[in-house]
Design a binder for this molecule. Structure first.
Ligand code: NAD
Length: 480
């Protein structure tokens, strides 16, 4: 059985404990590799390596830093199909999606921040005749980056790239459920000549390796993406240590469909928003609110499209939805479908696990599920399911749509579908989310601020926001 290795001080190595965790392929339900069960000892080795590398890396010329990051991007590009296959196998997502979204985006993350570091600048403030102040933006030092399983390399690199670009040394941990592409990345970093200790990847469980990163006193900033409950625990540990914290957490995102939308495009895109990556994207629009005058027509068209989606082997190019990431998550999603039934919901399509033939007969599949007839305040409509489950709810007025949209504890993303420009602006302003898409979904520009409000997180990633997070602003005042 293949063993994934930690990447510490430029070397691929076993965990100190020599213990490993099983790594499953969700489409087959079979263990196919072993993940290091790292602990505080490995994190300490990573911190020692990062400390050793920091003095040089933080002073490395911008062009040199850019070149090595570009080489990492090129390294992923040159092994593109290997990365795509690995991401699909590890997560259960379709090969097609990994090739169209995950791996291209990981490459873009490195390229984007490699070029951004040449343009990142700081402010100066002049008081004529009195003084000039200028701001230095200095790297924080050793930073921790912890990412989830749903977009494994995409989100891992979204943190690592700005941290490296700004001159920090990194101790990073991918999800123990989807570690494989982070392992491939460590190989690419070695090939690209990233100086040893600049990036260290420690694999393992959240409560053990992850917690050791959070608790380590020399790790000065934590960039975390994951669940809201984990975010709370991380904040409770890190806040009293005065660490900088960026928390990208859960979502329960509303989709608001008004009667004047472009109907066919809206149905197509809202189905995509609900079910891409088996609904396992923090930005997925899982609560679809539809103006009553078009509700029945929309429902018929939405459900027809969902019924036409093919669930199956992620390797098959005709598959639309692959496997759910783990047995445990599969059970959680099915549990929510059962809850929806108990709460009086009507299942319009799906609502069950699916059994495949052949190599996927023990995989974790769920039919894409659409539910109506639920009160917007019930648990199914309030809690994050993070699976292929969407609810449809009619509304009569804009105010009612906003009340229902804003009723959840989360506030990550939303989408609004209308041709009334004034309404689009008005609703966008009032909706409680960090990201609003109008007549589109997941249309990304890497320069924009990314993040949520309420229980969806603290801080923003993206563009210069992430570079500000990974630097300390120091003001220097010179008397005229
Ligand atoms: P999770 O919180 O269980 O785990 C995320 C990461 O944190 C993993 O690497 C895990 O090992 C680690 N971890 C767990 N406990 C830890 C601890 N005590 N200390 C340090 N690290 C710890 O989340 P998940 O199940 O992997 O991912 C799904 C969640 O992520 C969903 O809630 C989803 O909405 C959220 N998410 C948010 C965004 C965003 O940008 N806001 C993006 C993707 C996913």
């Amino acid at each position: 059985m293949e063993k994934i290795l930690n990447y510490i001080n430029g070397v691929l190595q076993e965990p100190s404990s020599k213990q490993y965790i099983d790594n499953y392929e969700p489409a087959t339900g079979k263990v196919y590799s072993l993940v290091p069960d790292s602990d505080g000892q490995d994190v300490q080795l990573a911190v020692d390596a990062a400390r050793g590398a920091f003095a040089e890396w933080s002073k490395t010329g911008l062009e040199e830093r850019m070149m090595v990051m570009m080489k990492i991007a090129d390294g992923i590009q040159s092994r593109f199909h290997e990365f795509v296959k690995a991401e699909s196998k590890d997560n259960g997502k379709t090969i097609h999606l990994a090739a169209a979204m995950d791996i291209p985006r990981a490459i873009s993350n490195f390229r984007f921040y490699a070029s951004a570091l040449q343009h990142f600048s700081s402010e100066s403030h002049q008081t004529p005749g009195t003084a000039i102040n200028y701001t230095l933006r200095q790297p924080v030092g050793i930073v921790g980056c912890i990412s989830p399983w749903n977009l494994p390399l995409y989100l891992f690199s979204w943190k690592i790239a700005p941290a490296l670009a700004t001159g920090n040394c990194v101790v990073a941990k991918p999800s123990e459920i989807t570690p494989y592409t982070a392992y491939l990345l460590s190989q690419v970093c070695i090939e690209a000549g990233l100086p040893k200790g600049v990036l260290n990847i420690v694999h393992g469980l959240g409560g053990k390796a992850g917690q050791a990163i959070i608790e380590h006193p020399e790790i000065k900033a934590i960039s975390f993406t994951g669940g809201t409950e984990t975010g709370k625990r991380i904040a409770a540990t890190a806040a009293p240590m005065f660490k900088k914290l960026s928390l990208e957490l859960g979502g329960k995102n509303p989709t608001l469909v008004f009667a004047d939308c472009d109907f066919e495009e809206t149905v197509a895109q809202t189905v995509r928003a609900s079910f891409t990556n088996q609904g396992e994207i923090c930005l997925c629009g899982s609560r679809v609110f539809v103006e009553r005058s078009i509700y029945e027509k929309f429902k018929a068209s939405f459900v027809a499209r969902v019924k036409a989606m093919k669930v199956g082997d992620p390797n098959d190019s005709t598959t639309n939805l692959g496997a759910i990431v783990s047995k445990q998550h599969h059970e959680k999603v099915l549990g929510y479908i059962e809850l929806a039934r108990q709460e009086g919901g009507t299942i319009l399509t799906g609502g069950n696990a699916l059994k495949m033939d052949g190599r996927c007969s023990d995989g974790y599949f769920i039919a894409p599920t659409v539910i109506e007839g639920l009160d917007y305040n019930c648990r199914t409509q309030q809690e994050e399911i993070f699976g292929p489950v969407a609810t449809l709810t009619p509304f009569d007025t804009e105010e009612e749509a906003l009340t229902m949209a804003n009723s959840v504890k989360y506030g990550l993303a939303s989408s609004i579908w209308t041709n009334d420009l004034k309404r689009a602006h008005r609703v966008a302003e009032k909706i409680e989310s960090g990201i609003v898409w109008i007549n589109c979904w997941l249309l990304r520009d890497l320069r924009t601020p990314f993040g949520g409000v309420k229980a969806s997180g603290v801080g923003r990633e993206g563009g210069f926001e992430a570079m500000k997070f990974f630097t300390e602003a120091k003001n220097i005042c010179i008397k005229s």
